[in-house]
Design a protein around this ligand. Structure first.
Ligand SMILES: NC(=O)c1ccc[n+]([C@@H]2O[C@H](COP(=O)([O-])OP(=O)(O)OC[C@H]3O[C@@H](n4cnc5c(N)ncnc54)[C@H](O)[C@@H]3O)[C@@H](O)[C@H]2O)c1
Length: 292
């Protein structure tokens, strides 16, 4: 079984940043890459702020913060992954982009290096087939925000071998997370259940059954959800929500997964949620203001 010491992460967005933070904090050397220098800078600043918050709460020392940050190296070139034991792909939820990225990645890796993808929905088996090592490839689906959420879904592709599964399961436990094993079906377990609920909330808004505030208040107080579904959609990213619904709709060939036209329109408008500053809420004001 591969011993994982150095971890590469591709994509310095919300998820890649969170995965970097928890791995560095657990003592792993981390190499983080993105096509955007600005994303890398924003990611490191966010990680540092999160560490400061932990220090204020007495959960982390300054020395531990300095040590964790010193374990993180960033760059825009895939050659920085040359000595990684595992690379976790956490780039944008788009199959063509991920396949292209994986094809370009593999020539830079050690032959024994493992690859995991943090995809929310896309077939692990199909992504594995874009690499030279489907046996050493699997899904490692973290939840958002990674430092807070306990779960990691582990998904084998059809070719994933047991040593790969065991090494990644061991890593999941070593970074303090709990694993749930899912089969390689569209959107796995969490998003197979969660995203149709969010999509239904958008339909409820689209049909005028309730406004943004009424829908979120209803689910928070009526179903005891910690966040309303529209607030949660903004937090996940409406582009990611739409991409997952499209994978469910096409992958399961069932009209019940049809993405709500209003969700499609918001993404077309570029109103992709909190990370953009506007989604079902407008985040330029505090507290955020419902847009409908
Ligand atoms: N947002 C969530 O709640 C959530 C939860 C679990 C899993 N995921 C999955 O994690 C992945 C990333 O999602 P996110 O929310 O962090 O998205 P995000 O939009 O915050 O970040 C994506 C990052 O990928 C980078 N990127 C795009 N193409 C790239 C390339 N070719 N090479 C390197 N970097 C590239 C972008 O510059 C961006 O910084 C997706 O597959 C998503 O489905 C998201």
């Amino acid at each position: 079984m591969t011993t994982i010491k150095k971890i590469g992460i591709i994509g310095a967005g919300q998820m890649g940043s969170g995965i970097t933070q928890v791995c560095a904090q657990a003592g792993y050397d981390v190499v983080l890459s993105d096509i955007s220098e600005a994303a890398l800078e924003k990611s490191l600043a966010g990680i540092s702020r999160n560490f400061d918050r932990q220090i204020q709460k007495g959960k982390l020392s300054e020395t531990d913060k300095t040590a964790a940050l010193s374990r993180i190296v960033t760059g825009t070139d895939l050659s920085i992954f040359g000595d990684c034991d595992l690379v976790v792909e956490a780039a944008t939820e788009n199959e063509a982009l991920k396949r292209d990225l994986l094809k370009k990645l593999v020539p830079h890796l050690k032959p024994e290096a493992l690859i995991a993808t943090n995809t929310s929905s896309i077939s692990i088996t199909r992504l594995a087939a874009a690499t030279d090592r489907p046996a050493k490839f699997m899904g490692m689906h973290f939840m958002n925000p990674v430092p807070v959420m306990q779960l990691v879904e582990l998904i084998r592709g059809i070719a994933t071998d047991e040593p790969t599964f065991e090494a990644i399961k061991e890593l999941t436990l070593a970074i303090g997370k709990t694993a749930a094993v899912a089969e390689d079906f569209p959107a796995f377990i969490v998003n197979r259940i969660l995203l149709p609920m969010i999509n239904e909330a958008v339909y409820t808004l689209y049909e005028g059954v309730g406004g943004v505030d009424a829908i979120d208040t209803a689910l928070k107080l009526g179903a005891n959800h910690p966040m309303g579904p529209l607030e949660l959609a903004d937090f996940i990213g409406l582009d990611t929500c739409l991409a997952v619904m499209q994978v469910l709709y096409e992958g399961l060939a069932d009209s019940k997964y049809r993405p709500c036209p209003l969700l499609v329109k918001y993404v077309e408008a570029g109103w992709i949620g909190k990370k953009y500053g506007r989604g079902f809420y407008d985040y330029s004001q505090t507290p955020p203001v419902p847009t409908r």
